[in-house]
Design a protein around this ligand. Structure first.
Ligand SMILES: Cc1cc2nc3c(=O)[nH]c(=O)nc-3n(C[C@H](O)[C@H](O)[C@H](O)COP(=O)(O)OP(=O)(O)OC[C@H]3O[C@@H](n4cnc5c(N)ncnc54)[C@H](O)[C@@H]3O)c2cc1C
Ligand SMILES: NC(=O)C1=CN([C@@H]2O[C@H](COP(=O)(O)OP(=O)(O)OC[C@H]3O[C@@H](n4cnc5c(N)ncnc54)[C@H](OP(=O)(O)O)[C@@H]3O)[C@@H](O)[C@H]2O)C=CC1
Ligand SMILES: CC(C)=CCC[C@@H](C)[C@H]1CC[C@H]2C3=C(CC[C@]12C)[C@@]1(C)CC[C@H](O)C[C@@H]1CC3
Length: 428
């Protein structure tokens, strides 16, 4: 079994081939059940998107600790896949802010699990890609929302300095609610650190970057590099959260190359952002093949101390810029993905989206990159699929607890294994 959510609705680049031969179960639940100020949690159905949840929470004075930057990502998808954001250096991966799940198992039982009830099931659900059961409700921690993010932009030269500065900023939890780095070429990047604040009466200018005529966020950030200036500004909280949504990070520049031109923005900017689901539904086979052959979209999660080494490797093999760098804390645990040590470890997500500029690009090069990441004790986001074989995959992701829970919940003849959903044959 798998969910009946069609591939075109999902925030993944590939088609989930398994949907065609598995039994599809309709779990399209997308409401907010309750907001509980006492326990500081919100209970939601798994199909609700970030784009619907965040504005409602902000209106009620709340927000979630890890608010994802693309409006169409769903809570269920982020728990069952994984999610991270610029606040993950503080709160960890998205699922670490979830406190309770309701899961329907293969034989129709409803299991409620949390850190104290059915704790092993609770720990094995994240990253299980819907292979233990169907989620029907998720409780997420909420924190008080403030009006703005005071964001500081700092251009940095050399990868060494980016790495060391990132290590310093991610450990300063008092001042930094948000940390993010965009690397624009082999040597230069802009580090952003932010604090949620209500501001004060003296605020003269608020940059409402979410307005339709505003430039793409990554271009705005680049301007601090081009002028080599440190900058600071207030951005409304919701605009900050969805800062990469309008330009789909920087993917939109390949689809609408003139999309950031002021004439386009002022005349037709209101038509944006392009809906990923619509782009997927209307793409032709030719476009799909062009993307498969000449485009790269993937994320790798590596120890923070390997930033320089990894970016150099990605430069040699892909040469794609900008590069998204988002720090996240990984904690020890027993689930599929956790810190390999017995203590918390700071990692970085390195996101590479675009056309490789190396002369001989071959999509199977991804396997070499995956092995490179595996050797550094890193992980890979699985939304784009994997070329790892099952043994390598099991070395990357700890299957011990997951296998035991699968046996207890009688998953074997009802749900496939994670690997059967994320290997390249299952995602085409
Ligand atoms: C024009 C109009 C007229 C109406 N007239 C009446 C009326 O005369 N009398 C009346 O009683 N109501 C009326 N309603 C309200 C209507 O009954 C509710 O909106 C009802 O929830 C619609 O059911 P649905 O299956 O179409 O909606 P859905 O959109 O399918 O579901 C509504 C909610 O239930 C959730 N849900 C769906 N399936 C499940 C499931 N299997 N398990 C858990 N949750 C699930 C969804 O996530 C969603 O939150 C009217 C609504 C409209 C728009
Ligand atoms: N910033 C970030 O962290 C970003 C993350 N992503 C990735 O995107 C994906 C999320 O995208 P989204 O479109 O929301 O989700 P998807 O539709 O891609 O679903 C992801 C997985 O979650 C499973 N799933 C979803 N809902 C349920 C449920 N109710 N019960 C059981 N299983 C469920 C799906 O199962 P099934 O296969 O059965 O349908 C699927 O395997 C994640 O993999 C995430 O890593 C993408 C962009 C940004
Ligand atoms: C921040 C993290 C961890 C990931 C961001 C990934 C996104 C950049 C991609 C997720 C889904 C992707 C799709 C496309 C672009 C890149 C993503 C938004 C397309 C819109 C590219 C054009 C194709 O025709 C359709 C693609 C759908 C998925």
């Amino acid at each position: 079994m798998c969910t009946a959510r069609p591939s075109w609705r999902s925030m993944t680049i590939a088609d989930m081939a398994y949907k065609k031969y598995m039994y599809n179960i309709d779990v399209h639940l997308d409401g907010i059940v309750s907001i509980n100020a006492k326990t500081q949690t919100v209970r939601v159905e798994p199909g609700i998107t970030m784009g619907r949840l965040i504005p409602i929470l902000i209106e009620s004075g709340w927000t979630v600790p890890v608010a994802l930057d693309m409006e169409d990502l769903t809570i269920g998808g982020l728990v069952m896949g994984i999610g991270l954001e610029s606040s993950s250096h503080k709160f960890g991966l998205f699922h670490e802010t979830c406190t309770r799940y309701e899961l329907i198992t293969a034989n129709g039982d409803l299991i409620i699990c949390s850190k104290s009830v059915n704790a092993d099931i609770f720990e094995s659900i994240p990253y299980s890609y819907g292979t233990l059961g169907f989620l029907t409700a998720v409780d997420i921690q909420i924190i008080p929302a403030k009006k703005y993010v005071k964001l500081k932009y700092r251009p940095i030269r050399t990868l060494e300095k980016m790495e060391s500065r990132l290590i310093v900023e991610t450990s300063d939890l008092e001042h930094n609610d948000f940390v993010e780095l965009l690397i624009y070429n082999k040597e230069e990047g802009v580090l952003m650190t932010g604090k949620m604040t209500d501001g004060n009466k003296d605020i003269k200018y608020v940059n409402r970057i979410g307005r339709f005529y505003k430039p793409w966020f990554f271009k705005h950030v680049e301007s601090f590099l081009l002028t080599w200036k440190i900058g600071e500004e207030y951005i409304p909280l919701k605009d900050y959260y969805f800062r990469h949504n309008k330009s789909l990070f920087w993917e939109i520049q390949d689809i609408i190359p003139f999309g950031n031109h002021p004439v386009f923005r002022y005349l037709l900017g209101w038509l944006m952002p392009a809906k990923v689901a619509l782009l997927k539904l209307t793409q032709t086979d030719t476009i799909k093949q062009l993307y498969a052959k000449h485009h790269f979209i993937d994320d790798f999660i590596l120890p923070i101390s390997s930033l320089k080494k990894s970016v150099q490797q990605f430069h040699t093999i892909l040469n794609i810029y900008p590069i998204w760098v988002c720090p996240t804390i990984l904690r020890p645990g027993k689930g599929l993905m956790h810190s390999p040590a017995t203590v918390n470890n700071m990692y970085i997500d390195i996101g590479l989206y675009g056309e490789p500029k190396v002369s001989k690009y071959n999509p199977t090069i991804l396997r070499d990159l995956e092995i490179f990441v595996l050797k550094l004790k890193g992980f890979k986001m699985m939304y784009a699929g994997t070329y790892l074989n099952i043994d390598e995959f099991k070395t990357m992701f700890d299957h011990r607890l997951y296998d035991r829970i699968r046996q207890n919940l009688r998953c074997k003849s009802n749900f496939p294994e994670v690997y059967d959903k994320v290997n390249r044959k299952a995602r085409i």
